[in-house]
Design a binder for this molecule. Structure first.
Ligand code: NAP
Length: 282
């Protein structure tokens, strides 16, 4: 049987972790698939999508900087990707290429895996950031009907655009990064969604340590390093840390299920990921 190809389409992919995780899952089921990197320039992007349309690839992930740029090339978007306005997963359905977004649901699955007692509809949360990942998480959280959402971002206009996108369904308030200290005592969960603190800038954090307190759940979706400065300080103040590896595993698992129709081997994927991260991370 010929090997079927899956790809991660993006730019500057030398540290991408999806291949190791997806190939481990494909091998687990001994599927005749391989998952490869498609590190393409803006000029090569359209051609890569045409290869996908011609059947050379049977599915793909899409990452920075193409999550929005890919939209006009697709035959259809899932309602969820439409709401977010960005795509991280492409699958083929009845010969049509369909765009989906598994980032936000992947985050929620990782949160509930670690804290199964949480009732999302009772929760008040603050999201720091209003970029691609923040948007996906905010939309997925809004779909769960959470009680209150604060969005804090460096560029307020960007946060206000996100607020407009979701405020019809839930109560959303935009705050500046410095106003975060006024709202942090009113929340149950803080989700950090900017690259601040990511390798090599591991000594940076966007949240002053004194804002953390006992019982607050603090997610950092940055996974390199596994324990960011923000999570380390949250833990020191008695808050409950939640790192970004779970989101990476679960968004990948949901993509795997779209492509293969099989239940993703979460533990196999997580093991492969941790092994690769611990080989690479400082
Ligand atoms: P993005 O679309 O480029 O958005 C970046 C966000 O961070 C924007 O809100 C930006 O604010 C803010 N930001 C950037 N630098 C900042 C700084 N120095 N100070 C304050 N705010 C700053 O990026 P993204 O795709 O959302 O990714 C964000 C992070 O999440 C990355 O580190 C990425 O690796 C990680 N991520 C993890 C997963 C996972 O599975 N764990 C999935 C996706 C992304 P402005 O609007 O003001 O520019």
């Amino acid at each position: 049987m010929p090997v079927r190809k899956l790809a991660l389409i993006g730019r500057s992919l030398q540290h991408a972790k999806s291949p190791v995780m997806q190939n481990a899952a494909l091998q687990h089921y001994q599927l005749p698939f391989c998952y490869e990197l498609c590190d393409v320039t803006e000029d090569q992007f359209a051609e890569t999508i045409l290869q996908l349309k011609s059947g050379e690839y049977c599915g793909a992930n899409v990452t920075i900087p193409y999550k929005e740029k890919v939209l006009p090339y697709l035959d259809r978007l899932t309602p969820h990707a439409q709401r977010i306005g960005a795509v991280n997963t492409i699958f083929i359905e009845d010969g049509r290429i369909v765009g989906d977004n598994t980032d936000g649901d992947g985050y929620i699955e990782s949160l509930l895996e670690e804290f199964p007692y949480l009732q999302l509809s009772n929760m008040r949360i603050a999201i720091i950031g209003a970029g691609g990942a923040a948007k996906a998480i905010a939309v997925s959280m809004a779909m769960k009907g959470i009680k209150k959402m604060y969005i804090a971002n460096r560029t307020i206009d960007q946060a206000m655009r996100l607020q407009k996108q979701i405020q019809l369904s839930i109560d959303v308030e935009v705050v500046t990064l410095s106003q975060l200290q006024e709202v942090v005592t009113n929340i149950d969960l803080l989700i950090h969604c900017t690259p601040v603190g990511m390798y090599p800038n591991i000594h940076e954090s966007i949240v002053p340590k004194h804002l953390f307190y006992k019982g607050l759940i603090v997610s950092d979706i940055v996974y390199n390093p596994l324990e960011t400065k923000l999570l380390k300080e949250a833990k020191e103040m008695g808050a409950i840390p939640h790192n970004g590896v779970g989101m990476l595993v679960h968004q990948g698992a949901l993509a795997f299920e779209r492509w293969t129709g099989l239940k993703a081997p979460i533990d196999v994927m997580r093991r492969a990921l941790y092994q690769s991260l611990s080989n690479e991370i400082t």
